[in-house]
Design a protein around this ligand. Structure first.
Ligand code: NAD
Length: 438
């Protein structure tokens, strides 16, 4: 099938590449000409495991192409996916202007029938707005299919290739069966393609993210309670996770969720509820808990060192909002580092993939290190903010030798407190008993 993907970001680039990998002819379109030029020259603008090899293979065999010429892409394609950003507006609602612009552009360029697939996360009712907008720009027939994306950054290729389920919403049999055909290679293990109306598909995406965010805020508050009463959240987590109604997933306490999806999608569904006369008070609490949680590590640092951090140096391991991505959007590290800098501290930071993105956020206010150990020289403490695998079994002796004092504030519970005691570290995890060396 010939298709185009409008918006070549984390979602569009992965979706376009995976559709090419399954034998389709795909044109990825972006208005960012620099990004398109980079992709045409084989340079991948984001870090996503496994993606580079797939892009190389599919560009080499001619099935995957990149362009900033939307007109050409739409002319050649029967199906046009829209995967542009839908950032938070100032009132928390999702800003769908880029979606409306992109779909108007598609309508203006299409020479005949086209299926427009909304892959961006869009508030309920957007498919109807897109239908109206497109009707203003074309007399050709078209169908709108809602197809929210559930991939996780850091495992995006795997998630796209083996989705738990595919959700498609629409009312045209012709369009729905085309999209089912496109997804057939990815659901050979019988994972379902769920067909519903546009509005239900739109809500499904927000409901999924809001539920996952709720689990995180829930376990973060349980962890904070454990901290107060001397319980161990690692045991509590196991204790509830074996209940099959609850399960083990998404019950890891930390420094709060971030990224380009959970924060904005929680805000957006709260706004949608408000606009429809419902108070989604549960999600307002989820959001408030999350904001508070981003302050947790710095509160622990202040409790240890006092409020004035002038003359103190902190090593930070992990800047991206989660491991296996370079995405810094709404990363808790931004709040943590800003607070430490405001209190006068010096920051030496390491992240395996996000240093270039982090530089855009912090500029020359902090120092950046390719090697995690290099951050530790004369550091008063190490703060672990993102749970990259390579941080899980470090050389503790080397760390002790480099640091001014053996002190770790672990926002991701990477280490066992008993082991840290043996290794001679003072250790503050989240919701687990701290280790204080005598
Ligand atoms: P992104 O910001 O990484 O990429 C969006 C791209 O769209 C950018 O490259 C931008 O230049 C391009 N663009 C904007 N307007 C355009 C236009 N008119 N024509 C062509 N290109 C245009 O965004 P993303 O993270 O890929 O997210 C895209 C959508 O998918 C959002 O709605 C997001 O909520 C949703 N989503 C994201 C994830 C994720 O993990 N990132 C997961 C599921 C769903």
């Amino acid at each position: 099938m010939k298709l185009c993907v409008v918006g070549t970001g984390y979602v569009g680039l992965v979706a376009g590449t995976c559709f090419a990998e399954s034998g389709n002819d795909v044109m990825c379109v972006d208005i960012d000409q620099k990004k398109v030029a980079e992709l045409q020259n084989g340079k991948i603008p984001i870090y996503e495991p496994g993606l580079e090899e797939l892009i190389r293979r599919n560009t080499a065999n001619g099935r995957l192409r990149f362009t900033s010429d939307l007109g050409v892409a739409v002319k050649e394609s029967l199906v046009c996916f829209i995967a542009v950003g839908t950032p938070s507006d100032i009132d928390g609602s999702a800003d769908v202007r880029m979606v409306l612009q992109a779909t108007a552009d598609v309508a203006g360029a299409m020479p005949g029938y086209r299926v427009v697939v909304l892959k961006s996360t869009v508030p309920v009712g957007t498919a109807d707005r897109v239908r109206e907008t497109m009707s203003e720009h074309t007399l050709h027939p078209f169908d709108i299919v809602s197809n929210p994306e559930f991939l996780k950054e850091g495992a995006a290729v795997d998630d796209f290739m083996k989705p738990d389920r595919v959700v498609i919403g629409g009312n045209s049999e012709r369009a729905l069966s085309l999209i089912k055909e496109l997804y057939a290679p990815f659901v050979r293990t019988e994972n379902p393609i769920l067909v519903m109306d546009n509005r239900s598909a739109e809500i499904t995406k927000y409901a999924a993210n809001a539920f996952l965010a709720t689990r995180i805020s829930f376990v973060n508050q349980i962890a904070n309670l454990c901290d107060k009463v001397g319980a161990d959240v690692a045991d509590v987590r196991r204790g509830i996770g074996f209940d099959r109604r609850i399960g083990h997933y998404f019950l890891f306490p930390g420094v709060g969720y971030g990224g380009s999806c959970f924060p904005k999608d929680v805000r957006a569904i709260i706004r949608t509820a408000e606009e429809n006369g419902t108070d989604f008070s549960l999600l307002k609490s989820v959001e408030a808990v999350n904001e508070q949680q981003k302050h947790l590590l710095v509160e622990k640092v202040r409790a240890y060192f006092g409020n004035d951090l002038h003359g103190r140096k902190f090593a930070i391991w992990g800047l991206a909002f989660k491991p296996r991505t370079d995405d810094m959007r709404e990363a808790p590290s931004v709040v943590i580092i800003d607070q430490l800098l405001a209190a006068g501290a010096e920051i030496a930071a390491h992240d395996p993939e996000a240093l270039a993105q982090a530089q855009k956020v912090f500029g020359d206010r902090i120092s950046y290190h390719r090697m995690n150990y290099d951050t530790l020289t004369d550091a008063d403490a190490l703060l672990i903010v993102t749970e990259w695998n390579e941080f899980r079994r470090p050389d503790f002796q080397r760390m002790r030798e480099l640091m001014k004092s053996p002190l770790i504030f672990d926002g991701r519970n990477l280490y066992e407190p008993a082991e840290m005691r043996q290794e001679g570290f003072t250790y503050y995890p989240v919701g687990r008993p701290a280790v204080v060396q005598s």
